[in-house]
Design a protein around this ligand. Structure first.
Ligand code: ADP
Length: 462
């Protein structure tokens, strides 16, 4: 798709917390004015005050629904005369209807097209695209499954374990591992009802369950003229309940050859669908084989570590690409693929207000003391982390993203440990002691881990 260059002078961020602030910062550095939105519950939240202008949204709606109020957001965008909207991650970021409404209104959606969102919001359709692009996928059902018999037949053919996944799933939810034929009936029913209540559709499909894989994902940037590059990979295998906890860039355990193949596969798929803007192609890697799992057509929480190893500001690139700049223009300034720098190692830890000694129960209340870490090679991205901040139960529990960089992986890990130790947070429980255990563990440091690491390492919980 060819778009004309359109000047972006003012951007609204349809999000909250750290990612809203991250986008405001990128815009301000580009000389672009910023507009924030906040729910009634977020009236004291920091993101409200970090924008040049802020407006309350979704009054009378539930706290989450306020940020999903498409027409309310469009009204604010028009009132504030913005040129573009950045959706962040979560909320409306992957909502094709929202992107389509903005296209109708002539407001730029800083992301891919609504048809990309439709294609990749549905894991079955995404899988079809991967097959069309001829990149390896996990053995799976041919489209959605609609009966217990189909699931059982798949298990019979491919042997157990298998995994039932919600087509519209996300955030690590809507997945059920099935170990044996006896479990099929219950797992199928539960997967469908969970999918229905969490994602509004009970459509599910089945894949072979890959035992003990690594989760490797590739950062992609594409412009509106068909040019696509990758910014190397991230290893996000350190997960709890299929959700990422600590991420590393680049991976410390891929051979050069495998890294090359995986990054090329991600580019191949993206080129095949003429992907635009930032996106991530996710893979599972086991025994020198890799398999596509999904595409996240948006900025990701862990983009920070890719920025640290390449020096490329992904959020600024997103804004400029949306304005019609080419990847290699003077403004965006992305080098040609073979010249994209890769220096050192970066690690991100997601510090949350969860109690690791009580099954990661979210904690709420007032932050009485907040003294953060700092120093060379450290980056902190925070939403509401400050003394006196009130952590509400309404939104996700991410408090601060701590990212560290060093020339070697072990030094980046030791810097992470030093940073985590340096934090002083009182009045609210955090997962910091747990994160410290992770980044000091010898299996983490030697790359001897996979997606089961947290589940299979009880000493992390002490
Ligand atoms: P979500 O969109 O909810 O994040 P993904 O499809 O990206 O779901 O999967 C999240 C995680 O779930 C993966 O990183 C992996 O740990 C696990 N997973 C998903 N599919 C499989 C599979 N077929 N085999 C093994 N693990 C899987």
């Amino acid at each position: 798709m060819l778009v004309e260059r359109r000047e972006i002078r003012k951007v609204l961020v349809a999000n909250r917390g750290e990612i809203a602030i991250r986008v405001f910062r990128a815009c301000t550095e580009l000389g672009i004015a910023t507009v924030g939105i906040y729910s009634a519950e977020d009236r004291a939240s920091l993101h409200r005050y970090k924008a040049d202008q802020s407006f309350i949204v979704g009054e009378g709606k539930k706290p989450i629904d306020a940020y999903l109020d498409i027409e309310g957001i469009i009204d604010i965008a028009k009132k504030a005369d913005v040129d573009a909207i950045h959706p962040g991650y979560g909320f409306l970021a992957e909502n094709a209807q929202f992107a389509a409404r903005l296209e109708e209104e002539g407001i730029i959606f800083i992301g891919p097209t609504s048809s990309h969102l439709e294609m990749f919001g549905d894991k079955v359709k995404a899988r079809e695209q991967a097959i069309l692009a001829d990149i390896p996928v996990i053995p799976g059902s041919d489209g959605p499954v609609t009966s217990v018999e189909q699931v059982a037949a798949f298990g019979e053919q491919h042997s157990y374990p298998i995994i039932i996944k919600a087509s519209l799933g996300g955030g690590g939810r809507g997945m059920r591992i099935v170990e044996s034929p006896e479990e099929v009936q219950e797992a199928y029913n539960r997967a469908k009802s969970e999918a229905k209540s969490a994602f509004g559709s009970d459509e599910v499909y089945v894949e072979k369950y890959i035992t003990n894989p690594k989760h490797i994902e590739v950062q992609i940037l594409g412009d509106t003229y068909g040019e696509i590059v990758h910014l190397y990979e991230r290893d996000c295998s350190i997960q709890r309940r299929h959700q990422k906890v600590v991420e590393i860039a680049p991976s410390i355990s891929l051979t050069e050859e495998l890294r090359h193949e995986i990054c090329n596969a991600a580019v191949k798929l993206s080129k095949n669908v003429s992907y635009i803007n930032a996106g991530t192609v996710e893979f599972l890697v086991a025994d020198d084989s890799f398999y596509f799992i999904e595409v996240n057509p948006r900025i990701q929480v862990e983009h920070t570590i890719t920025e640290m190893i390449t020096g490329i500001d992904i959020v600024q690139s997103q804004v400029l690409i949306a304005a019609g700049e080419t990847l290699h223009s003077e403004q965006v300034n992305i080098p040609k693929q073979q010249d994209i720098p890769l220096f050192g190692y970066a690690i991100q830890s997601r510090v949350t207000t969860e109690d690791p000694l009580n099954d990661f129960m979210p904690d709420t209340g007032k932050v009485m003391v907040y003294r953060s870490s700092g120093g060379f090679g450290v980056r902190l991205d925070t939403g509401n982390a400050y003394q006196g901040s009130v952590i509400s139960p309404y939104y996700d529990s991410l408090l601060v993203k701590v990212s560290t960089w060093a020339p070697t992986f072990r030094d980046a890990a030791s810097k992470m440990h030093r940073n985590l130790k340096e934090f002083r947070i009182r009045g609210i429980k955090t997962n910091i002691p747990f994160l410290e255990n992770v980044v000091c563990h010898e299996n983490f440091l030697s790359g001897n881990y996979n997606t089961s690491f947290i589940d299979e390492t009880p000493e992390l919980f002490t």
